[in-house]
Ligand binder design. Structure first.
Ligand SMILES: Nc1nc2c(ncn2[C@@H]2O[C@H](COP(=O)(O)OP(=O)(O)OP(=O)(O)O)[C@@H](O)[C@H]2O)c(=O)[nH]1
Ligand SMILES: [Mg+2]
Length: 193
């Protein structure tokens, strides 16, 4: 297991609070409870860098982490849990939209999707942000440990079809079993060039 030096750089509620960093940036977005923060922790081999947990809505605001002084990971709050449609729309409008439009160092998005679930309209809206701003897009299918191999393969085919992405853009991961983490790093390295 590789050692990574990682630290919280900033937490931002709005554009003024974005860190003044020149490093290439990768955003982790997806439905609440999909496993974004846990995945960031697995990538840097730390237990509690990003705040994760059983109740959805653990991550509020945008959290920026520098990793190895080489890349910044942005952990986004998840969409689609108990809060109203209005709150969710506001979150897109206030946090996500300006970030995708104006964050010049952004190099790619990792859409984090529970391997057991079919993507919904929010996931499609999210991936559209990546497409409209020409980001490299990878879909990390989390919690792969909860499925048999056959079910995982069939779900991933379905997820790729619903999202309209090439099957090769999907990587099954398990933070629990440390599966897919190196593959994801390979893709991140490719994104940041
Ligand atoms: N079995 C298993 N559980 C996982 C995995 N990844 C995440 N989880 C669990 O899923 C739950 C949610 O994880 P988080 O990382 O907090 O999810 P999140 O997407 O950051 O959620 P929000 O911040 O609320 O949007 C936690 O209980 C994790 O332990 C995985 O690969 N395998
Ligand atoms: Mg989180």
């Amino acid at each position: 297991m590789q050692y990574h030096e990682a630290k919280l750089l900033a937490t931002a509620a709005n554009r003024n609070q974005w860190p003044d960093s020149q490093l290439p940036e990768i955003i982790f977005c997806g439905r609440s409870n999909a496993g974004k923060s846990t995945l960031i922790n697995a990538l840097v081999n730390r237990k509690n860098l990003a705040y994760s947990g059983k109740t959805p809505g653990k991550t509020r605001l945008l959290n920026f982490f520098t990793v190895d002084n080489r890349v910044v990971f942005t952990d986004a709050p998840g969409y689609g849990y108990a809060t109203s449609d209005k709150a969710s729309a506001l979150q897109f409008e206030k946090l996500i939209d300006p970030y995708f439009r104006e964050r010049d160092v952004l190099k790619g998005m990792i859409l984090v999707a529970d391997a057991r679930r079919v993507p919904n309209d929010d996931d499609l809206a999210m991936i559209e942000y990546g497409r409209s701003t020409h980001q490299a897009i990878i879909v990390a299918c989390t919690k792969a440990d909860k499925l048999s191999h056959g079910a995982l393969v069939s779900n991933m085919n379905k997820i790729a079809a619903v999202l309209g992405v090439n099957r090769k853009a999907l990587i099954p991961v398990s933070a629990l079993k440390k599966q897919g983490i190196e593959e994801l790093w390979t893709e991140i390295d490719r994104m940041i060039g």
